[in-house]
Design a protein around this ligand. Structure first.
Ligand code: HEC
Length: 144
């Protein structure tokens, strides 16, 4: 009986412990873990993968790919070509700068990162982005 009660308390408390641990991770550490994840993904398809490139991330960010939707011709269309600027959605809502120096919380929550890469890559590139593209993009924003 007593042990059952203890078990119930443990089961109820576990998610709390998990939440605290996740929150305890600093944004920088969480961002690094996300970058490490993309690097591991990149190595799966390219064993010779040498690391991410901020320059490639910048080119990817500024590009106007041929398969973009007319309303979203590039990443910089909403985020602006200067990553230190505030951006704007098509509906006019303001978007905080992508540069990590100005927005230290950027790219530190996997669910958010995954959701927006999925959505924005589809609109601008007409496909999902590769792990290398995602890693390059984040690396560029971390250098800014
Ligand atoms: C139609 C406007 C629009 C376009 C085009 C766009 N984005 Fe975004 N993006 C947003 C909005 C809105 C958010 C969410 C608001 C925020 O994070 O401040 C966002 C957030 C993100 C995030 C999440 C950032 C974080 O803090 O975790 C990533 C990653 C991202 N965008 C990447 C891209 C990439 C890569 C492209 C080009 C392939 C792109 N975006 C193009 C509007 C856009």
């Amino acid at each position: 009986m007593k042990s059952r009660l203890l078990l119930a308390i443990l089961v109820l408390a576990l998610p709390l412990v998990g939440a605290v641990t996740v929150r305890a991770l600093s944004p920088a550490a969480a961002r690094q873990a996300i970058l490490d994840h993309f690097a591991a993904e990149a190595r799966k398809t390219d064993p010779g993968f040498k690391g991410f490139s901020a320059a490639a991330g910048k080119a990817f960010f500024l590009a106007h790919p041929p398969h973009s939707r007319p309303a979203t011709p590039s990443c910089s269309y909403c985020h602006t070509t200067n990553v230190h600027n505030w951006g704007k959605t098509r509906a006019g809502k303001r978007i905080a700068p992508m540069a990590v120096s100005l927005s230290p919380q950027r790219f530190s929550r996997m669910s958010k990162v995954a959701r927006w890469f999925f959505r924005n890559c589809r609109s601008v590139y007409g496909r999902v982005c590769t792990p290398v593209e995602k890693g390059n993009f984040i690396t560029y924003m971390m250098s800014q």
